[in-house]
Design a protein around this ligand. Sequence first.
Ligand SMILES: [Ca+2]
Ligand SMILES: [Ca+2]
Length: 318
Amino acid sequence: MTIRKFAKSSTIHGKTLDTLVPTALSARANAIVDNPDHVSPGPADWNKNTRVKIGNALTRGITCSTLVLAISVAAALINSRSANAMAYTLDPNATKYFQDFNGLASGLPTGWGVYSAATATSMGIPNTVLSDTGASTTWGSTARGFKDYASVTAGQGASAATQHATADRALGVRQVGPTTEAGFDPGAAFVFQIANTVDLENFQLTFDAMTLDAQGRTTTWLVQYGFGKDPNAFTTVGDPFSGPATFGSEALAFNFGNALNDIDTNVWIRIVTLSPTTGSGNRDSFAIDNFSLTYVPEPTSLAILGLGAAMLIARRRK
Ligand SMILES: [Ca+2]
Ligand SMILES: [Ca+2]
């Protein structure tokens, strides 16, 4: 547990400590934190007051108020790094991220992307989801692409009208060839981008794999994770899967162990096919739904939060 992690995870009236100090002070305060003895000249009031307080706090005795200030300012700078607007920020006060894809009509959920031409060492090419406005998104359509499908809950044999009217949606794909040009067979990927997993651990994933139009070919899907702004290395977790052989849904579970614990950069989870379909004939209409990613706070962060609460109580009694 570092000071900035503490500041990012501790809240006062719903705001994290790192947001409680003006950003304008952050760069200068960070310089002090990094190197209290060598700070460039600045506004007189800053140098006379805040700088001295923080410098004293860091090098000699520490009072509650100045420690909180130093923590806040250091964390503010960390947060000012360029962030990918697409990444989803996990709620540190929750223990689960859940996605039902029922809002696909208005676009992919925050953090989600679909890619074609994905490989073992590349994310691939960002693609789009065909909206549920025409025949191309019915289960039996052989049009290539990512789709806003009705979930299996619409029932096997549901008419196009029923599928369209079904509120329970699923994020799917039809991997129509040609193999080398389109990048769907192989190369299709459903991707979830998380801003970071700071102070969180024990990540486990469950989701439903749905075969909505069973055809002769078989696809091998993998669950993988990668790190950073644009990962070029991925690790497979759990077993490959292909979804049900006939119309239906299969509940799958994946345990990340400690691999995703406390990562201070983007964490990517993707469901990807990296090998050509096997068999002959058409490809299935496949979808995922009820994506549930569970996690817990790190025990160390709970202990520090307790310390933070004690500090705040102490401040109020002064
Ligand atoms: Ca759904
Ligand atoms: Ca099949």
